[in-house]
Design a protein around this ligand. Structure first.
Ligand code: SF4
Ligand code: SF4
Length: 279
C-alpha cells in the first residue's frame, strides 16, 4: 500500500494541470518525496510541548473529522520540491521574491491543497478514511506569545516525523531535495510502515545547527531576521506579509508572495548541504 500511495501522489504531481504555471507548461513542483509516520509516534505528543498544546495529534485530527470511535493509523507526508528554474530566478533577488517564486507560493500552494483533497478521495476509493489536517474541522492558525504565528498542525513537523528532513537555522526543513519546497500531509486510519528517520537530532542536516558552519542564510535575509540564535519571526513576518505584498504582489499577479530569499542561493537550496554527516 505504501508504494501504491507514493505512486499516486507522484502521478498527480506529474499529470495534474494545476501543477503548471498559468502562462506555460513548466510545473511548480518536481517529483515529490513521500514519507510515513505511525500516528502514535511519540513525537506527535512531544509537539504539544515543543510547539504548544494547541498542536493536534493525528488521533485528534481524525476525531475532529470522524468522531471519537475512529482510530488514526498513520500520517502520510510529502514534500513538493520547487523547480530549479524557479529557485534560480529567486537567487538573483535581494529584497523581494521573483515572480516565479511568488506564483509558486500562491498557485503552487493551491495545487498542494488540491493534492490533499485528491489523496483523501483516493483513500476513500480504497475503502479507507482519511483527512488532511489543514482541511480538517477546527483547523486554525493562531498567534502564540511564545512561538509566534502557528497553527494546529505543522506540515514541517509532520514531515520531520515521517523521515523527510530536519529543521534549519532559518526555520525551514532541509530535505534530500533541499529546503525550497512546499509540504503537506494526510492522516489515515490505514496502518503503514513508517519511513526510517536517517537522523537523530532536529537540526542534523543544517550546517550551522550541526557544526556551527555556513550561516549563508543569515546574509541572504534583507531584514536581518535570520540570526545565529533565535530567528526574528516578527521581522520576517512584517517583510513577508507586509512590505513584500505591498511592493510586488500586484505586479506578480498574486495575493500571497512568500519570500524564500533565505532558501535560495544557499548550500541547502536543492539538496542536503555538502559537509553534513549523514547517518
Ligand atoms: S544556509 Fe546553511 S545555515 Fe542556513 S539553513 Fe542552510 S545549511 Fe543551515
Ligand atoms: S523568509 Fe525572507 S524575511 Fe523571512 S527570514 Fe527568510 S529571507 Fe528573511
Amino acid at each position: 500500500m505504501e508504494e501504491h500511495i507514493r505512486n499516486e501522489i507522484a502521478r498527480f504531481v506529474r499529470e495534474d494541470p494545476a501543477n503548471r504555471f498559468p502562462d506555460g507548461e513548466e510545473p511548480y513542483f518536481d517529483e515529490p518525496l513521500v514519507g510515513f509516520a505511525t500516528a502514535d509516534d511519540p513525537l506527535f505528543s512531544e509537539y504539544k510541548t515543543i510547539i504548544g498544546d494547541f498542536h493536534r495529534t493525528p488521533q485528534e485530527v481524525m476525531e475532529s473529522a470522524f468522531g471519537d470511535s475512529i482510530h488514526a493509523g498513520a500520517v502520510i507526508s510529502w514534500v513538493l520540491p520547487i523547480t530549479r528554474q524557479t529557485r534560480e530566478s529567486n537567487r538573483r533577488e535581494t529584497i523581494y521574491p521573483s515572480q516565479e517564486w511568488a506564483r509558486t507560493r500562491a498557485f503552487g500552494e493551491q495545487f498542494n491543497t488540491a493534492l490533499r483533497k485528491h489523496l483523501t478521495a483516493f483513500l476513500t476509493e480504497q475503502g479507507q478514511r482519511s483527512v488532511a489536517p489543514q482541511l480538517a474541522p477546527g483547523w486554525s492558525s493562531l498567534e502564540d506569545p511564545l512561538v509566534g504565528i502557528a497553527s494546529t498542525w505543522s506540515e514541517r513537523h509532520a514531515a520531520y516525523a515521517a523521515g523527510l528532513g530536519t529543521f534549519s537555522l532559518n526555520g525551514g526543513l532541509i530535505t534530500r531535495r533541499g529546503i525550497a519546497h512546499r509540504c503537506g500531509s494526510v492522516v489515515t486510519d490505514l496502518t503503514l510502515t513508517p519511513t526510517p528517520r536517517a537522523y537523530s537530532t532536529r537540526g542534523e542536516w543544517c550546517l550551522f545547527l550541526s557544526n556551527g558552519s555556513c550561516g549563508a542564510c543569515i546574509s541572504r535575509c534583507p531584514v536581518n531576521a535570520v540570526l545565529p540564535g533565535e530567528r526574528d519571526k516578527i521581522a520576517c513576518r512584517e517583510h513577508v506579509y507586509g512590505t513584500i505584498p505591498k511592493a510586488v504582489a500586484e505586479r506578480h499577479g498574486v495575493a500571497e508572495t512568500g519570500c524564500g530569499l533565505c532558501q535560495t542561493k544557499v548550500p541547502c537550496e536543492g539538496q542536503i548541504p555538502t559537509g553534513v554527516k549523514q547517518a
